[in-house]
Design a protein around this ligand. Sequence first.
Ligand SMILES: [Zn+2]
Length: 128
Amino acid sequence: MNNNCSLSKYNLAKPCRFCSNMIEYLPFEEMEIHNVIVYFCKPCKAEYIFFNDGMLAAVSLYTTIKNKMYRWSVISENNAQLWYVKFPGIPGFKANDGMSTVLSFNNKIPLLNPLNINQKVTTWLLFL
Ligand SMILES: [Zn+2]
């Protein structure tokens, strides 16, 4: 992995929308093949996916409930999904595997953040 080279290639680092720390470039080879660039904010467990033209494709938050990992992914202001991640990856090293959609929202998506995601998702899971 050649981080420095790739950092100058993309330079998409910006403040995390949840905590204002700078997001960190943590690439996955298997995603970059498809021209998708991954940044991560570790304190927030927030993942920022960019297309290689710098456009933001999705912002995801991760949470763990009863030893199961979930990913909340916002694609646009009216498109978001909650995913179950059977085999969680490691940012920068290993991509997630065994993903399945738990819930989809197509309008009025709920506003989740690192502070409320665990409680919100726990509540949703009660009603599934
Ligand atoms: Zn953050």
